[in-house]
Design a binder for this molecule. Structure first.
Ligand SMILES: CC(C)(COP(=O)(O)OP(=O)(O)OC[C@H]1O[C@@H](n2cnc3c(N)ncnc32)[C@H](O)[C@@H]1OP(=O)(O)O)[C@@H](O)C(=O)NCCC(=O)NCCS
Length: 193
């Protein structure tokens, strides 16, 4: 919908999280559809997969009011990737659970951007979107992603792990982390103090 184009949902010290604009897709894919970024996401996406992903990101927004939002750097307006919230929809997993996720351009890695964006997304999940718990999914090989989950204070949930070979055909397994609202908020008070 036109009135959702580019709406800012959160602002952090260095970043803006906002809704998608039509003009975002080209720089998003140029920056993130690389072998390194897509290593644990099924590999570089062809046109059909890219179109499917775009459609899903827009449908999350229209169905739930949140999505994996554009992460824009305030300093230069660069589109770094996405970070945000969806309802988990991976076959075999905890369908419908509030899920946080992230994907950034390689040249933006290692500078704390994902943590900064994910912190804003978790604040939104437990605030504006009323979640009691947020999960995150990855695969054992994706140390950057589960490292971030641990850095955010999320706990490993082996009880929720499930079989799905979409991201790591070798193990065929998706691993799950979660954090509850009270744990997140207690940690945030510590951070802000
Ligand atoms: C996962 C990803 C978003 C992390 O982005 P990032 O901006 O580099 O992460 P940050 O700099 O904010 O790091 C935050 C924390 O994550 C952890 N982390 C980040 N990269 C890591 C790595 N390569 N190995 C281990 N831990 C890592 C660290 O705990 C780090 O905290 P610290 O800097 O205080 O040690 C990025 O690597 C990415 O886009 N990967 C490709 C896409 C992808 O796989 N998405 C997830 C699918 S499940």
């Amino acid at each position: 919908m036109a009135d959702e184009q580019g709406e800012t949902v959160a602002e952090t010290e260095r970043l803006i999280l906002r809704d998608w604009r039509d003009g975002d897709w080209a720089p998003f894919w140029t920056g993130t559809n690389t072998p390194a970024v897509m290593r644990w996401l099924g590999g570089v996406a062809d046109a059909e997969k890219r179109a499917g992903a775009q459609e899903r990101l827009l449908s999350y927004r229209s169905e739930h009011g949140h999505t994996f939002w554009v992460v824009e750097r305030k300093g230069d307006g660069a589109l770094l990737g996405f970070c945000g919230l969806k309802r988990s929809n991976q076959a075999g997993g905890p369908i419908g659970a509030m899920e946080v996720g992230w994907r950034l351009r390689e040249d933006a890695w290692g500078q704390g951007y994902a943590r900064e964006a994910a912190t804003a997304a978790l604040d939104l999940a437990f605030g504006r979107f009323g979640a009691q718990e947020v999960i995150a999914l990855t695969v054992a090989g994706n140390g950057a992603s589960w490292g971030l989950m641990e850095r955010l204070g999320m706990a490993r949930r082996e009880d929720l792990d499930f079989d799905n070979a979409e991201f790591d055909p070798e193990t065929g397994r998706i691993i799950v982390y979660s954090i509850a609202k009270d744990v997140w908020q207690a940690g945030r008070i510590g951070t802000l103090a």
